[in-house]
Design a binder for this molecule. Structure first.
Ligand code: HEC
Ligand code: HEC
Length: 233
């Protein structure tokens, strides 16, 4: 059912011309269609559906929602998974989940098309779950993070620094912990990861929480989703 609905959503998106570079139906008719994606590399819906098993809000055990991350950053991280800069650390089981998925991404063109696909989607609102001291977090963000991630968390592509204002708060916190405890950026040629790891020197897990609580409340581009309780009888 879910798969079917997902497929229909994608087709609707294509019909509206919103489907950035990703075909809904792969077939000979596509070549003639004015809406056909450029031959820059296409991803079939089955591959995207496979990504969405973990990268949507459907599952409890899942990866982050990728919608709205910049194309260059998504491509960069997919290359990191492909080359083994990420995902080869047995201590990071979450990253290891990506390994099997990357086996489906055979070519650079496919990888680029996947990055384009997720970058073309709108950032998703999410339920804020990280609590912390906003004032302390704001001050720390300004002195320790803003130079690379921007005053609004918008990121700086020229130094390959991603935005931090679209991801879910739990994922931001999780990644800060992983940089700090050596679960992310363990590969000696993962230049970006090593820069980020160094940026956390001297900060504590409590600092991470304060900064993420601040980012989620004041910088995140989507409004918070409210928790919905069980329906009243
Ligand atoms: C079996 C689950 C699973 C599947 C399938 C999967 N992923 Fe992931 N992915 C994850 C998890 C978990 C993480 C977070 C890793 C971590 O916490 O270190 C992740 C991380 C990522 C990241 C890094 C995000 C960031 O901001 O650092 C990207 C990009 C990504 N996945 C893209 C994809 C794409 C594209 C596909 C489909 C080809 C895919 N994933 C399929 C589980 C999965
Ligand atoms: C010197 C520049 C620099 C500074 C300072 C810096 N970062 Fe980063 N940050 C980066 C780069 C580069 C990356 C991408 C690293 C990679 O490829 O793994 C990154 C990645 C991240 C990520 C992972 C995003 C994702 O989607 O996977 C988070 C979260 C993050 N930074 C938060 C912070 C916070 C909070 C601070 C302040 C304590 C900070 N950064 C300071 C450069 C910086």
């Amino acid at each position: 059912m879910e798969r079917r609905r997902f497929f229909l959503r994608q087709c609707a998106g294509l019909a509206l011309g919103l489907w950035l570079g990703v075909g809904c139906v792969q077939g000979p008719s596509e070549a003639e269609s004015p809406l056909a994606a450029p031959a820059l590399g296409q991803v079939d819906t089955a591959t995207i559906d496979a990504c969405m098993v973990c990268h949507s809000t459907r599952e409890m055990q899942r990866g982050p929602v990728l919608d709205g991350l910049p194309e260059w950053y998504l491509a960069e991280q997919l290359r990191n998974f492909k080359s083994g800069h990420r995902g080869k650390n047995p201590a990071n089981r979450a990253e290891a989940l990506m390994g099997a998925a990357m086996a489906k991404v055979g070519t650079e063109a496919q990888l680029a098309a996947l990055a384009r696909h997720f970058a073309g989607r709108k950032p998703q609102p999410y339920i804020r779950v990280v609590r912390g001291n906003i004032a302390i977090g704001r001050a720390q963000y300004a002195t320790r993070c803003a130079s690379c991630h921007g005053a609004k968390g918008e990121g700086k592509p020229e130094i390959k620094s991603p935005p931090v204002n679209v991801q879910e708060d739990w994922f931001l916190l999780d990644q800060l912990r992983k940089y700090a405890n050596g679960q992310r950026s363990v590969h000696p040629s993962d230049a970006g990861g090593l820069v980020m790891k160094a940026a956390l020197a001297g900060l504590s897990p409590g600092d991470f929480q304060n900064m993420v609580a601040y980012i989620a409340r004041d910088l995140t581009v989507t409004p918070p989703l409210q928790k919905v309780g069980p329906p009243k009888k």
